[in-house]
Structures are given as structure tokens and as C-alpha cells.
Design a protein around this ligand. Sequence first.
Ligand SMILES: [Zn+2]
Length: 278
Amino acid sequence: MSNIGVIAINTGFVQVKKPFLTRKGGPIGSRLRILLSAEFSSDLPVLAWLISHPEGDILIDAGMSAGWLRPDYLDSIGSFDAWLTRRLCRFQVEPGQSIGAQLPKFRAAGTQGLRVFMTHLHIDHVDGLRELQGCEIWVNESEWAHPSGAPKALLAPLTPRRFAFEPVADPVFDRIYPITRAGDLFVAPTPGHTPNHCSIILRRGGLSYVFTGDAIYNQKQLLTGELAGAHANARLAARSIERLEAYAKTHPTVVLPSHDPDAVRRLAEGEIAPLWAG
Ligand SMILES: [Zn+2]
């Protein structure tokens, strides 16, 4: 029996403009379609992931805070970021659903000794950090130096540890950042959604669990190579999806995007992406 646990924590819901999920046209046309569209998606979860590990527990992304219970919360992050966020998304957090409210249910020590690794710095991934005082926050050094679409007011109080990728002899991800000495948990570069977006991979009991952040919004985008309109760089995003696909072809992989309504079920059932040739 493995002594490594994985728990999905649903910290709220987001509806995004439909062209946010599916890209059509070039970079300018794609952004205009998002801004001008009046159609929103159904509710998508905002997931954070708690990994209990003998070398120290890890939280992947921080999800949402209880600030969203206040109707004017978005205004507190700055008028431009508030305007842009309202144009793109609708967020909802129920009482008791924020990361700070839920973490103690899953981890008796709360934030003590917990490290938070960020896939990227968008609002629905960093907002919950407000409620995780005392955690060590880890961010890719390039993502931190060049945050894309990240609300400055939320980043300003943070003093994260910054990590750089290291070269490794691997045919799929030839640069990684190892989180554990055991080599079973590491960060892999999946740029495109933001210029230095990261995914995190856990190997446990013969399976790989790939926490893709927003490199894909759902497993179907991995299977079909569909690009989201929200990606900052479509060419890099397509290359990252190819790498994730190559990984899932060569390792039995449970695919866990941050906003996939089916991810929690796949985690519970250990469902392998239908790409593995083994
Ligand atoms: Zn994002």
C-alpha cells in the first residue's frame, strides 16, 4: 500500500466565456472573441490538490479564498484586473468552500510544514494563498519574473521560493525540477497557457498522476489536441500538449486538469488516459 495520498479540494466554481475554452483564429481574433462573447460555460470546478508525502506534504495551487463571499471582492484587486476578470469569468465560492476553510479537514496540521507549488499565477490559482499564511510558496523563477494575466495586488505580498528547471535524460521532459529526493514528484515545463506554465507529475504505485494546471482544461483537449482560447501562446501550448500526450502514451497516466469536471472521478477510480500503449 502506498503511503502517498492525493486529495482533490474543490475551492469554488468558475464559468468562463465559451471562446475561452476553444481557440478559433489568430491571437487577436481569439482574444476579441473572448471579450465580445456573451455566452458563458457551465460551472467548472476550481481544484487544488493536496499530496501527502513522506518527504513533506505539497499543495498544488491554492484555489480560491473566502473573499469571493463579498460581492465587491474583485474590486479590491485593482480596477483594471477587476474589469478584465469580469469580462472573462464568473467566480463563485460557497461558504466553507475556500481553501482556508477546507484544508484543516484534510490536514490536521493545517498550513504547518506545507509547501505550495504553483502551476501558474492566474487569480483562481493564487487567490487562496491569502488564507495559507505560513506556507512555503514555490514558483518557477521565469513565471515569477514574467507573470502573465496575474493580478498584481495578489502577487505583491508574496515572497515565494523560486525554482529553475534542471536538465535530465528523459525523452519527453528533458528539463524538470525534482520536488522529492525519491524522484517520484517533480515539476515539468508546460508553457503556453502562460509563458512559463508548469505541470506537476507524481508517480505512485505504477501510475503517473499529471496535474496539468490549465495547460489543458479537460482530458478531451489532450486526446484531441484542442487549444483553449485563453492560452497566451498557442504555439507553445500546442507543443506542451504534444509533450503531455507523449508522456501519457509511454506511462499509464491519470490526467488531472485544474478545471476538469471529470477529474475528481478519474482520480478516485485511477482511470488511465486512453493513450497508453502498454
Ligand atoms: Zn489559468
